[in-house]
Design a protein around this ligand. Sequence first.
Ligand code: IFM
Length: 418
Amino acid sequence: MTGRFPFVDRPRLWGTALSHYQVEGGDVCDWTEWERAGKTRGEPCGDAVDSWRRYESDADLARAAGANAFRFSVSWSRVEPREGELDEAALARYRALAEHLRRIDLEPCVTLLHYTHPLWFHERTPWTSPASVDRFGRFAARVAEAFQGLVRFWVPLNEPFVFLLGGFLDGQIPPGLSDTRVLRRVFDHLLAAHAAAANAIRERIPEAAVGVAHNMMAFAPERPKKFLDSLLVNIADRCYNRAIVEAFATGRWDFLIPPATRIRGRRDDLPKSLDVFGVNFYSRLHLRCPGVTRFIGDFNYRDASGYGLTDNGWEVVPEAFPALLDEAAAAGFPLVITENGLADEHDRLRPMFLERHAAALARDDVHGYFHWSLLDNYEWLDGYDPKFGLYAVDRNTMARTARPSVETFRRLGASFLR
Ligand code: IFM
């Protein structure tokens, strides 16, 4: 542990999380092409919820909800629309947001890769090529220069494992490959890119704390008495949850992506490249064997806990949260919940969801919580149907309206920060 995190003057963070593409609007990147090619189910992102123009007032909403921190991401395609060419105006826009966050006393937490890429990236320096590492490091360096004196909490990669599976195995998200032969290389390059970004950030901001936002999923056997279902649960947990934990803890990884892809590698500088481990937690999958030919796609959500499913059919399962936090804690880094939330337009479940997940935070190694999300936003393949916001957004008027759970969020935050 480096001692850069938790911050001495702000030992606990209570905030909201969002990502650039999901809220800003008007960003031209690989996802825009994906939408144009008809590869998403929902409507295209379009103007999103207009946060590119409204960021400051959106941040004020987070402040009004009792947050002391604000997680957002920087769009690589805005900052470097053509390879090697910086858009200074875009960087200045993000800097203005960070200045505003400081003004209203919200600790900025900046993510650098939240799924989208500039149009040139997959063509010229894809994640299958070592050049990707250098390009990402260069992007990190430029953003760090722009945020000097303002941002000390950095998350180079959001959900690298989801990106690996969705982008290179399942082919559901850009770049849309489905090729087990490239997985090992891409995983290598993503972790190398994290380390390159950490170096670039720390060179420019010595006090920076660097994290990763790792999506962790609870797994259960669909038929608890079937040995093979339980075996599959173990394999899934090892691969989906623990591989990244172990990689950052030891600098080594060796796991199986079902049915038979072994991913093995080593990067000795990885443990030192991290100061804080971020957990994104949402739900639980029930797994059934046999018939599993691909890891993702062969699962289902069920209301086994009895709380009721979210609007997009995910199980609400707060009782699975503590065990996943234990798994994450095994890496030995301080923890932050970098995302946790649900799609719940009418706020039927959100207050209870918040209460029950907040109960799991009462442990010494958890130093922060970011709720996904501040606002209703663009939910990737599902468009605008799922409503993840503490604040509802009317996309005709772009008006923001607090849902009742803002009060729950405020009350829980006051107690967490006490
Ligand atoms: O909206 C996403 C986010 O971009 C990444 N984590 C999960 C969220 C809900 O699906």
